[in-house]
Design a protein around this ligand. Structure first.
Ligand SMILES: *Cc1c(COP(=O)(O)O)cnc(C)c1O
Length: 349
């Protein structure tokens, strides 16, 4: 078979959610961020596993993603839309009971006019300058808006993965200034913010990447395993080159395995000549360029050519691979290709 298999451990995702939940006080609710199709792992399976673990509130980027999560979960859990109430989304928000996090005065007006009485939250900009109502605008509308009962006031930290970055405390102070005295539920922390400690937890935390086994949640259980099938092996003589641009040349007689996955499957081209694949405990270096559908690996030192080699495994986690590629675990996850045979592991169900 020429299809690589991506194994997704749903029990590990559930365990990571519980572990992140335990890092805040029992009075603090722990939501789950499942945008971008559950960080590329399949939102429907991920949210059902998280709901079984006890998650009751979910965050997605867009109303369309919210619709997919609602379909997977049915009525009940609260599904929050981080991009807020975009024009054209009113019917979906209303029919599927989605909760937009309103980001601007324009969105606030749109929501209150189109769906008066429909639940919403407000996203405040405390210094990231990406999304959210800014301080002066908020001061102007807060007296009226707080009366209409937003379900939550939230903001997002720009540097939470760097505990000593001064922006963390500045954003915390701005969030207090904007929300103290409102009496409304508040949320500031994603995975990184949870690890910054209780001051950052407020009423609700919103972990994403930590659920899927990524930094900065170093204690996370590993979630993904990616195994690539060997589709051919060949002997390469000294002086012969392998792959595009003849980027690698054999110095000694070598046995090269061609594996079925490439940059079209999210194995970034920047891994060329740098990454390792693993046969159990034995590393095997990638040689030459990663191409669209294939990757070439030196297996000269193996006693026997295996049927598959692993690129994400106990020896090489998401973040290890991200470091080699010069990116972050988030990008490795959300780049995982559509061609993989996705296998979900779950003890219960
Ligand atoms: C993506 C996102 C999160 C989750 O962040 P992680 O770093 O993956 O935990 C939380 N809140 C907002 C607003 C986000 O955009």
């Amino acid at each position: 078979m020429a299809t690589a298999s991506l194994t997704i451990d749903l029990d590990a995702i559930a365990a990571n959610w519980r572990a992140l939940d335990r890092l805040s006080a029992p009075t603090v609710q722990t939501a789950a961020v499942v945008k971008a199709d559950g960080y590329g792992l399949g939102a429907a399976r991920v949210v059902r596993a998280l709901a079984r673990a006890g998650a009751r509130r979910f965050f997605v980027a867009t109303a369309e993603e919210g619709a997919a999560v609602r379909q997977a979960l049915g009525p009940g859990p609260q599904i929050n839309i981080l991009s807020g109430h975009m024009s054209g989304d009113t019917e979906m928000i209303s029919d599927l009971d989605l909760t937009p996090m309103l980001n601007s005065l324009e969105q606030i007006t749109r929501h209150l006019e189109a769906l008066p009485g429909h639940p919403f939250g407000v996203q405040l900009d405390t210094g990231m300058n990406r999304l959210g109502v800014e301080m002066l605008e908020w001061q102007a509308v807060a007296p009226i808006l707080v009366e209409t009962g937003p379900v939550m006031l939230m903001s997002h930290l720009a540097c939470a993965d760097e505990p000593d970055h001064p922006l963390n405390r500045q954003q915390l102070a701005a969030f207090h200034e904007m929300t103290d005295g409102t009496g409304l539920p508040r949320s500031l922390a994603a995975t990184g913010g949870i690890l910054l400690g209780p001051e950052y937890h407020f009423d609700l935390t919103r972990p994403g990447v930590g659920l899927y086994g990524g930094r900065p949640f170093e204690m996370a259980e590993r979630v993904v395993t990616l195994s690539l099938p060997v589709i051919q092996t060949r002997e390469v003589a000294p002086g012969e080159a392998v792959g595009y641009a003849a980027a690698w040349e054999a110095e000694a007689p070598s046995l090269i395995a061609t594996l079925a996955a490439g940059y079209a499957d999210g194995l970034l081209r920047s891994l060329s000549g740098k990454a390792m694949l693993w046969d159990g405990d034995t590393p095997c270096p990638v040689v030459g360029r990663v191409s669209m559908d294939m990757i070439t690996v030196d297996v000269t030192h193996l006693p026997e050519v295996p049927r598959t080699l692993d690129i994400l495994c106990a020896h090489q986690t998401l973040d290890d691979l991200a470091d080699v590629a010069g990116t972050i675990g988030y990008e490795i996850l959300t780049s995982l290709g559509a061609r993989y045979d996705r296998r979900y592991q779950e003890a219960r169900g």
